[in-house]
Design a protein around this ligand. Structure first.
Ligand SMILES: [Zn+2]
Length: 91
């Protein structure tokens, strides 16, 4: 069983190890566009792609790996956590 609470570094390392360049967060409720995190090729930068302009802000906002970790750490559903573990390659 993997550690439940993960650090930003855990995600950065997992993204590097598994070649993960983006993480889908949710779909826009209006147009269905997949909104989520995107990582720079060297994994030093994290951005959040709002993707569409339904909310009036078609921008990529700077984020950090801490946001990615927080999104994971605040999950309470075992099912969601299991899916995320699979995605990130956490055992
Ligand atoms: Zn939209």
């Amino acid at each position: 069983m993997a550690e439940r609470i993960k650090s930003p570094e855990d995600f950065k390392e997992a993204a590097k190890a598994n070649g993960i360049s983006k993480v889908d967060s949710h779909n826009c409720s209006i147009c269905g566009y997949t909104v989520g995190y995107q990582f720079s090729p060297n994994y030093e930068e994290v951005k959040f792609d709002h993707g569409c302009d339904c909310t009036g802000r078609y921008i990529k906002s700077p984020r950090t790996w801490q946001y990615v970790a927080d999104d994971y750490n605040r999950q309470s559903s075992e099912k969601v956590i299991a899916e995320m573990n699979k995605f990130w390659g956490f055992e």
